[in-house]
Design a binder for this molecule. Structure first.
Ligand code: GLT
Ligand code: MN
Ligand code: MN
Length: 387
């Protein structure tokens, strides 16, 4: 019943199940697996797709001949397993060249190199079939604002996005961009720190229609924000092109935990939002197994992400079909239509009529809402004691 199927569009990055458990204080705990091995691991657990950074697949210093062989072997693994590559991205954060950022670096040569590296990686992504291209600017920030004018940084970021949109259009690629926000880590402060910032930034680009967002649970949680509300804003604006699912305790470092492992209730409202609104993009898990896991446990981690999503999807359907919950919601939203003459699309007449209407403010303030009862019903549904 909770088996992943292609229609669920569950994907993982090569860097997720391939995470070897290195952290700022410790060495790797798992042996490195090749991209081909990781494709087979993902096929074994039932994923639909695999996403990648250019350098997850091709080492940054590979020769053209080495690149071609690696791509050939990778495509063969995709062919054998049936896995697809719906999204690709560029690593613009690991190499020392990017220590002061990529598109926002103070060094113009670095900014040009970042554009070149991204065009090459876009070509690779398109060759593998990707339709979504993610931009996560992990190094696009500062430790000290003495180093960079933030307005200059915004302008540099815009110039790069416009350049790359035009590259995609010029090549005739069927590719959309998804911008991923993160408030901090690895830089002290990263520009365009939340999904909301990204949405506003997109509207200032030359081709806003081809650019949307890729929100990540952990990143809004790191900022102490309600992720579901940010996703809702993106969805409502037609800008949810991709999503990074994982989990994260508030106030901690970037944990990238298994989906639903830390904040079950918010995971439920997120899945409900996505499913109720017909989100049809990838459900991408940008997470990794605990450092204590071996590869058997990495598989349990990956299966767990997908299984929890599907369980929560079923809970959302139950919630929508729960007579008591729905009756309460209907009661809460009951509308006498008494205010219709005053509201909706503005007109001078409506405004004039509204201004002369007398409200019983005290009565408005006396009305309570049964949200305790409602929330308890939702909690009991999640706990599995409502049939
Ligand atoms: C990195 C980061 C993620 C981004 C990836 C795409 S890489 O793991 O923490 O949130 O989505 O560059
Ligand atoms: Mn993360
Ligand atoms: Mn991410």
């Amino acid at each position: 019943m909770y088996e992943p199927k292609p229609e669920h569009k569950f994907t993982f990055g090569l860097w997720t199940v391939g995470n070897v458990g290195r952290d700022p204080f410790g060495e790797p705990v798992r042996a490195t697996k090749s991209p081909v091995e990781l494709v087979h691991l993902l096929a074994e657990v039932g994923a639909w797709g695999v996403n990648l950074h250019d350098n997850d697949l091709i080492p940054i210093d590979a020769t053209p001949a080495e690149r071609d062989k690696i791509v050939r072997d990778f495509k063969a693994a995709l062919g054998e397993t049936g896995l697809v590559v719906p999204m690709a991205t560029t690593n613009l954060f690991t190499d020392p060249a990017f220590r002061d950022g990529a598109f926002t670096s103070n060094d113009r040569n670095v900014r040009a190199y970042a554009l070149q590296k991204t065009m090459n990686a876009i070509d690779l992504g398109v060759e593998l079939g990707a339709k979504i291209y993610v931009f996560w600017g992990g190094r696009e920030g500062t430790e000290t604002d003495a180093s960079k004018d933030p307005i200059t940084a915004i302008k540099r970021g815009r110039e790069a996005m416009n350049y790359l949109c035009n590259y995609v259009l010029d090549q005739g690629y069927d590719l959309k961009f998804a911008l991923e926000a993160k408030p901090n880590e690895p830089r002290g402060d990263i520009y365009n720190a939340t999904t909301g910032n990204m949405l506003a930034f997109i509207e200032t680009l030359d081709h806003p229609d081809m650019v949307g967002v890729n929100p990540e649970v952990a990143h809004e949680h790191m900022a102490g924000l309600n992720f579901t509300h940010h996703v809702a804003q993106a969805l409502e604006a037609g800008k949810l092109f991709h999503i990074d699912l994982n989990d994260q305790a508030f106030g901690r470092y970037d944990q990238d935990f298994r989906f639903g492992s830390a904040n079950l209730k918010s995971a439920f409202f997120l899945v409900k939002l996505l499913e109720d609104n017909g989100y049809d993009g990838s459900r991408h898990f940008d997470a990794h197994a605990y450092r204590t896991s071996d590869y058997e446990d990495v598989k349990a981690f990956a299966r767990g992400c997908m299984r929890t999503y599907l369980i929560l999807k079923e809970k959302a359907a139950r919630c929508n079909a729960d007579a008591e919950i729905q009756a309460l919601l209907a009661e809460i939203n009951a509308d006498s239509s008494e205010m219709s003459p005053f509201m909706g699309q503005y007109s001078r007449e409506k405004a004039a009529a509204l201004r002369t209407h007398t409200f019983d403010r005290a009565a408005l303030g006396r009305r309570g809402q049964p949200y305790e009862r409602l929330d308890q019903l939702v909690v009991e549904l999640l706990l599995g004691v409502r049939s």
